[in-house]
Design a protein around this ligand. Structure first.
Ligand code: ADP
Ligand code: MG
Length: 554
């Protein structure tokens, strides 16, 4: 080492570039952001060799005037911010004036716009002059990280890098449905969106028709636009949740939490929704300048955003529908491969249309389900206007009772039945404490408990619907739910435990009158698609599915 010295420009640039350009997907992200900032309607991205060989992005946006082309590649050169005040109200995706300089520092760049062309390598201008006069900007990045062997070594497998680039484009396509994106990987189409402004159609391009048809659009709400999945479709990871502010993808644990909380009681544990949520907000109320790749943002009023998200998601979920039975597509006979492929496409298309019709068609209200008996240990079979319905009698009853208990909690008026012989139970100190802390809520739920010695309670009354024989077990689980969940929804969990113990069991025999009542109550219950634990309550085999299966449509 030779004492303190200022770094040569190229070293400083390479260090700065490292923060912005980590991997091929960062190049794609920055170039697409620039195209979106230039109001492009059509953005084509062509990737070769997992982005190491080349990444080419062409757009039809406003372009760069020929005189300014070299300037665009200088560090801190931008057309988006002029004064310090501008930093507080950023409407564009870019603003630091670093992306093009950083990309040029670590690759070979050829860029044409406005009739000019420039060629740079490792930050040095190699050539510049006239170029073809085309709309927008055409930029090609080759030999990425050729001058940074360490960075090159840290890249993941080709498949992983390609997936990351695909994710970038998918996310932007979902957030900017009015822009036509076309991504090709080694000449093969990977993502193609229509750019007609229809978010569900953009969804179809990314998730496929069937999943897109299950998305509920958020319409007419302030602040939040986007779409969320029906609870009956879910994913094992959070990878399908896209959050954004003014079209800029962000990550935010708190907003993911806000979203997922709306699905509570509708999704099973470990399942996650699919969502696109774009928060349209006055740029002054959000600081996007807190993270090098601008992934994190700071809201001035985080609580307001949190509740706006929840209002929007809850409103959209108001239209959620029961689970449909879908027969697996029959494999057509015949050996001719092309013909098979053709048939399959036709079948998928028709299935997709059918699902869409059903999802958008509201269920005719007021027509009761007709009970037809029980099947297996505990499924009710019924006929309704949309088709044949199978109901899990326990899950359905659980939902009905849970809703009823929550309503009593809200009014603070329990409906209980006194036990003829009060039951005594021994409990640990934590549960004794839970009983004492939540006395008012427990009584609203219909449970009357009194202390009976240091480690035991006496149960005087239970909810009206609960069989007396289940009292001790139910009380034990209810108190456990209260003591284990310190959060706000501890009481809901307790109500779910009580509902579970009060509901008919899966093996119970129900007569037709009991079946009819349960079905009628279920049809009226809110969120009746699932039980309070998120398991489905019913399965609909719709008439169209039967018609299709029995080929009655010919
Ligand atoms: P930033 O986006 O932060 O301004 P960049 O380094 O990404 O910084 O780009 C520098 C400037 O080059 C931009 O401010 C913009 O004026 C211009 N520019 C870059 N890409 C495009 C494009 N695709 N279309 C029009 N102008 C562009
Ligand atoms: Mg930029």
């Amino acid at each position: 080492m030779s004492g303190i010295h200022r770094l040569p420009q190229e070293v400083a640039d390479a260090i700065a570039a490292g923060e912005v350009i980590e991997r091929p997907a960062s190049v794609v992200k920055e170039l697409v952001e620039n195209a979106l900032d230039a109001d492009a309607r059509r953005i084509t991205i062509d990737v070769r060799g997992a982005g190491r060989t080349s990444i080419r992005v062409s757009d039809d946006g406003s372009g760069i005037i020929s005189d300014e082309l070299p300037l665009a590649f200088m560090r801190h050169a931008t057309s988006k911010v002029l004064t310090l005040a501008d930093l507080h109200g950023i409407r564009s995706l870019g603003f630091r004036g670093e992306a093009l300089a950083s990309i040029a520092a670590v690759s070979d760049v050829d860029c044409t716009s406005g009739g000019a062309r420039i060629h740079l390598r490792a930050g040095e201008v190699l050539e510049q002059g006239a170029g073809p006069l085309l709309p927008g900007v055409n930029i090609e990045v080759t030999d990425l990280f050729a001058n940074m062997p360490a960075r090159l070594k840290f890249l993941k497998s080709d498949a992983t890098e390609v997936a990351a680039m695909r994710d970038v484009i998918s996310t932007f396509a979902l957030l900017h449905p009015h822009v036509k994106f076309h991504l090709t990987i080694d000449g093969r189409a990977s993502v193609t969106s229509g750019g007609d402004g229809d978010r569900k159609r953009a969804g179809a391009a990314i998730y496929g028709q069937l999943v897109a048809a299950e998305m509920l659009e958020i319409v007419g709400l302030p602040l939040v636009s986007g779409m969320v999945s029906q609870p009956r479709v879910s994913r094992g990871t959070r990878d399908w949740i896209v959050l954004a502010v003014n079209g800029r993808p962000i990550s935010s644990r708190s907003l993911v939490f806000a979203l997922e909380e709306c699905y509570q009681g509708r999704l099973e544990r470990g399942r996650h929704p699919i969502a696109v949520l774009d928060i349209g907000i006055d740029p002054e109320l959000v600081d996007v300048n807190v993270h090098p790749s601008k992934r994190e943002v700071r809201f001035r009023d985080e609580n307001a955003i949190f509740s706006a998200v929840q209002r929007a998601v809850r409103a959209a979920l108001g239209g959620s529908e029961p689970f449909f039975y879908r027969a697996p597509a029959p494999t057509p006979a015949g050996s001719h491969e092309q013909q098979t492929a053709h048939l399959r496409v036709a079948q998928e298309a028709s299935a997709a249309v059918a699902v869409q019709d059903l999802v958008t068609e509201p269920a005719p209200a007021g027509v009761p389900l007709r009970p037809m008996g029980q099947a297996g240990p505990g499924y009710l079979v019924a006929e309704g206007p949309q088709g044949l319905v199978l109901v899990d009698q326990h899950a359905a009853h659980e939902r009905i009772l849970y809703n009823r208990l929550l309503a009593r909690l809200r009014d603070g008026r329990g409906m209980s039945q006194a036990l003829l012989i009060p039951a005594a139970i021994d409990v640990e100190p934590a549960l004794m404490a839970a009983a004492a802390d939540h006395q008012a809520e427990l009584s609203a739920l219909g449970l009357e408990l009194v202390e009976f010695g240091p480690r035991s309670l006496r149960i005087l009354a239970v909810p009206a619907e609960m069989p007396a024989s289940r009292a001790t077990k139910a009380v034990h689980e209810t108190l456990s739910a209260l003591s284990e969940n310190r959060s706000e929804n501890a009481v809901e969990k307790a109500a779910a435990a009580l509902a579970c113990h009060s509901a008919v069991r899966f093996g119970d025999v129900l007569d037709l009158a009991e079946q009819r009542r349960l079905l009628a109550d279920l049809e009226l219950a809110e969120d009746s698609v699932t039980c309070p634990h998120g398991r489905p309550t019913r399965l609909l085999i719709d008439w169209q599915e039967l018609t299709r299966h029995f080929r009655r449509n010919y």
